[in-house]
Ligand binder design. Sequence first.
Ligand code: FES
Ligand SMILES: [Fe+2]
Length: 409
Amino acid sequence: MEALTEPRHAVVGSEALAALQRPALEASTLPPECYRSEEAYLAEVERIFFKEWICVGRVEDMPQPGDFTSHTIVSEGVIVVRNGEGELRAHLNVCRHRGCELVNGNGSVKAFRCPYHGWMYGLNGELRGAPDFKETLHFDKAEYSLHPIRLEEWNGFVMVNLDDDAAPFHERVSHVTRWGLDKYGVDEQVTTHRWTYDLECNWKTYIENYIEEYHVPWVHSDTLQPLTPMKRHVEFPDLSDQQWDLVVAQSPGLTLSDDGDANFAVSERIQEISPEYLGLPIWMCYPSFGVIPMLDCTLYYSLLPLGPERTELKIGMLLPRDAAEAFAAGDEETCRIAGEYARNVEGFVVEDNAICVQQQRGLRSRKADTGRFCKHEGLAWKFDNWVARTAYAPAANGNGAGNGSVAGH
Ligand code: FES
Ligand SMILES: [Fe+2]
């Protein structure tokens, strides 16, 4: 992808970076400019969102050949389509004639026809027809296929990456088996509910909120705190050196029902999981993909920045396949229970959404300054350090994997 910008100097001054890099309980938070400035945003876009794996949905979003969904990663439109062989492919949503966006939204097609001059592309991106191009010299259709985009399926999630050289996603998250994500049957579950929010906050405020439990008694006093009190949350910062983190609300037997009972099939393999990881495992894969598997359902989160102070949040709720099929068929009891689960999701999601927007309003103040972290915010500190290492250094190289150092001015 073409560079949007190349910071010539550190986005954050060397003092602020050094303060962030101290051990969590001695560190200062990221400066407020990182949550509102165009410069920080462009550096994150260039070095994070154009380099990292982004979740754009689930395989069941495109069940049949020709089914497609379209997505926008900052400036880059991406089409995800199931081809004639039943495999998912991703293409840049840009016509090779004169650059028109090909499709908008989701749908089903036999081929993609550009609305501008009718160029036609097959599901694998190959150019099939270019009306009245016979007279055009040295024109070879084979050279004008849609640009392919990296795509991987992982536990039923569809991951894309705009960087042709990025390491495979499944390798970057292979350690998730250490806490048992592979034991919940997430790959066998199917989406029943989807939510999309356009939030007036920086994307990092939401990720920090997602990964710290410090706010639970205050923001979720009537929703999550009674079920998953802050004090039962345990952070696992050292489970892996891969780019993901886990915090577990250790209240075994969690689901989304009103009475706490699982109503749908529970994977038998959950018994193999060590008790310390049972309850509400809140997993977050950098930069912005989260999975929360529970006894008989799963929530997933995917966030994309829309600007320095605007974020698109997508959430999906998954149920075991049988339940999801009964839901799709309109089975009354299944729809009632699934509706109850979804209502409970909305209960705490709107609380998180509101507090992140409120935080952003405070961060706009000219006098807003760096703060500090407590023992319940260790993963937020870790995440902020990753962002600083990856995006803000003047000579960041690679995609921020490992423990690269941060240079100052
Ligand atoms: S821009 Fe697509 S056919 Fe002309
Ligand atoms: Fe929360």
